[in-house]
Design a binder for this molecule. Sequence first.
Ligand SMILES: *Cc1c(COP(=O)(O)O)cnc(C)c1O
Length: 425
Amino acid sequence: MTLRERDKKAIWHPYTQEKTAADNIVMVRGEGTYLYDETGTKYIDGTSSWWTNIHGHAHPYIAEKIAEQAKKLEQVIFSGFSHEPAIMLAERLLSILPGGYEKVFYSDNGSTAVEAAIKMSLQYWKNKGEERNKIICFRDAYHGDTFGAMSVSARGVFTDPYSRLLFDVVFIDTPDFSNEEEIKKQLRSAIRNNTSQIAAFIFEPLVLGSSGMKMYSAELLDDLIGICQEHKILTIADEVMTGFGRTGKMFATEYLTHATDIICLSKGITGGFMPFAATVVKGFIYDAFYDDEKSKMLFHGHSYTGNPLGCAAALASLDLFEREGTLNKIGDITKTHEAFAKRIKDNPTLRDVRQQGTILAIEFEVGQGGYLSSLRDKMYQFFIERRIMLRPLGNVLYILPPYCISGADLQAIYSAIEEFTAQKR
Ligand SMILES: *Cc1c(COP(=O)(O)O)cnc(C)c1O
């Protein structure tokens, strides 16, 4: 049996209708922007393997640092015990995050980073003697797949099977560049209609990823955070996708003048090598848990919290930002994307072309969009046949590349996109 056949027999893959999906392509090797399957076919990774990869696949420096750490200390219980890589990483994250954060809480993935943030903000109020159980979020938000994270996310195909079990949240419409005053009004009335009940406002800064790379302005977000601050509502920036250079700056919240109270990091944090996450908070949040009363502690933790290999990978990834001038590469990708966006934006098959830093999103005109649209499958297949890994979100095709991608590979992706738009459907 080939690896592909053995895979089909033994594995249940995420976000896949296994009956109708094509067989999974088994990758055996990665290098830079490329992945190689079991037959030696080379693919361009156009979406950084689910938005995780930053410096390229199998980067020898990160691999080396993980190996070094693995030979020294691979894992230790993180309650009652600690280790140097975790301490170094926390110090380093605190030094580069904008806005004066004071404590780092580790976990394993984006959803757990969000779960921790939600539990922190609910218990923050409880510990302060107030009952605040509601969270505000954008109608098209995506914050992960666990129950808390699903609850603060859009109600739709992702959450339908479990919808009755999700806790109530207060939705406000998703901002774009045309409805800013309306969004501010909605936030104000959401707060007014739930006086002293709102614990927090959680959002994806500047780009709502999974709902189709929906973008909005930093000015609006600043205003929304300002409104929350007037009402002492905690603000949670979910930078799981936007963190580590994705939007052009190291963190999307660097575009803001207001700082948020909690920030969630994962995906790119280890350069795409290890499952790892951090929920980073302001001192005043930590202080609400710091008490002689044991019951005021944060009741949250995972077996692999603060895993030393994850820490080593994250530290190595931050090293590479300095050693390889990664922010310059990000600047180059941004400019290249801008030029292509200009070239393609008037194409009649497109509804919208939008860009933020290294993310370029192209929304196709379709009768009915949505995550399950058939256009999505056609596009996916079209690019796979051209050995380009892109994973459209419904009718939204996007490029979100590793920062090491060459100009030639970007152009190869653009050409394939132009070829696709020229096709009759
Ligand atoms: C991917 C994502 C998550 C969930 O992260 P996982 O590691 O897949 O659990 C949460 N928030 C945002 C903004 C994301 O893009």
